[in-house]
Design a protein around this ligand. Structure first.
Ligand SMILES: [Zn+2]
Length: 417
């Protein structure tokens, strides 16, 4: 076989290192969306793509699309995001994109520039939401799920509004949903991603099949008791809001243990919050995630029942306030099977798992496009941090397996013509 016709996963690893050198400092990746470093990263990506006969344009939401036209205009989409959080890792988002570039090269070479179906690589704009606290901006605009009224009011820490920032990079906020037109001919969407957790690491497996993204229930719980002097109030006379709230901590571990999801109390604040008073008010936040909607609903119900019980035991009150919620998104059954096959063919062993974090893939799936993701093992199980890493041999394996998945998916699209 001619070298130029073959997939070259080592090249992907080398390109990731070049991107890291170009857009990171001693604290990690600095490709925050809509900043000069992000623009520079995108210009670099376009240079890579310029060597291929692809049509490149930016859509109304700032997503960058590169299209290799095929015999059919039904398209296989491959996605990623070149943006990072501040002080981010070198693989989150960019691994997906650069693997996609390599796959475009392989397909272009193998099919002499004209694959059976159209192949499109998309770099989603502002996946991370680092500046405005709203993730999946570009993909949710494209899927139609972005809440414009909510997004219009978003401000960064300096008080600059999202619409103004978009204007600076030549975009019109009011028109971002017009990017939905890009999904018209989409027949399938694939995304490779670093796992960002320790599951594959603990199993000793390089690659995983993603079944979908978990549904999320996010609530604030406020326990209300009574402030009282820490010296003069006997223990049996207290209405201690902290005591009731604190009982929730071991309880959520039992709930998650029973149902197999994850639950987190991420914050706890007390009032009056002084050393000489019983806590009058204790506010905790609860984040619950599960791939199964019914199980997620049960986890929420059990947390509510437990909080009522603890409130009653302590003679305090509890109020619940929903902060955010999203349904689980299940990926396409047949593409899940193809992903499993591609992984087993590449490294002999696979593992099916949900994704706790949300990804652009969830937005594309919600728009009705058959979708699948592949995970590669994370060293340390850590992401959004400069220590984010994956063994080079695993990076090469994931490019190979993801390419096999792309080929299988292309055949599947073709067979449905
Ligand atoms: Zn990501």
């Amino acid at each position: 076989m001619e070298m130029s016709n073959a997939l070259n996963p080592k090249r992907t690893v080398a390109e990731l290192k070049v991107l890291r050198a170009l857009t990171s400092d001693e604290n990690g990746a600095q490709r925050v969306a809509f900043t000069p470093t992000w623009t520079q990263a995108r210009a670099w990506l376009r240079e890579k793509l310029a060597a291929l006969p692809v049509e490149i344009h930016t859509d109304a939401a700032g997503n960058l699309w590169s299209t290799l036209h095929g015999d059919s205009d039904r398209a296989l989409l491959i996605g990623g995001h070149i943006d990072s959080v501040p002080n981010g890792g070198w693989l989150d988002g960019s691994l997906n994109l650069l693997a996609g570039v390599e796959i475009l090269r392989r397909i272009h070479a193998q099919y002499a520039g004209k694959p059976p179906v159209t192949i499109r690589l998309v770099d989603w704009a502002d996946e991370e939401g680092a500046r405005f606290g709203k993730s999946l901006f570009g993909s949710s605009a494209c899927s139609g799920n972005l809440n414009l009224d909510e997004a219009r009011g978003l401000k960064d820490k300096d008080g600059v509004g999202l619409p103004d920032v978009l204007k600076e990079v030549g975009m019109d906020f009011e028109r971002v949903k017009e990017s939905g037109v890009e999904l018209k001919k989409a027949a399938a969407y694939l995304e490779l991603h670093i796992e960002q957790g320790p599951v594959l690491l603990d199993l000793g497996k390089p690659l995983g099949v993603v079944l979908g993204t978990c549904g999320v229930e996010r609530h604030a719980l406020t326990f209300l008791g009574q402030a009282a002097h820490s010296g003069s109030t006997p223990m049996n006379r207290r209405r201690d809001a902290f005591l009731a709230a604190a009982k929730m901590s071991p309880e959520i571990y039992r709930i998650a243990g029973r149902h197999g999801g994850v639950c987190t109390i991420g914050s706890c604040t007390t009032r009056p919050g002084i050393v000489t008073s019983v806590v009058e008010e204790c506010r905790i936040t609860l984040d619950q995630r599960h791939l199964d909607a019914a199980a997620l609903a049960r986890m929420l119900k059990e947390a509510k029942d437990a909080s009522d019980q603890f409130a009653q035991e302590g003679n305090v009150r509890v109020d619940w306030n929903r902060l955010w919620q999203i349904e689980p998104v299940l990926f396409h059954e047949h593409l899940v099977a193809l992903c499993d096959e591609a992984i087993v063919e590449t490294c002999g062993t696979s593992h099916r798992m949900p994704s706790g974090p949300l990804h652009d893939a969830a937005e594309v799936a919600r728009a009705g496009v058959p979708t699948e993701m592949m995970f590669v093992q994370s060293l340390h199980g850590i992401s959004h941090n400069k220590i984010e890493d994956t063994k080079e041999e695993h990076l090469e394996l994931c490019v190979t397996a993801f390419d096999k998945l792309a080929e299988k998916t292309m055949k599947w699209i073709q067979s449905a013509e």
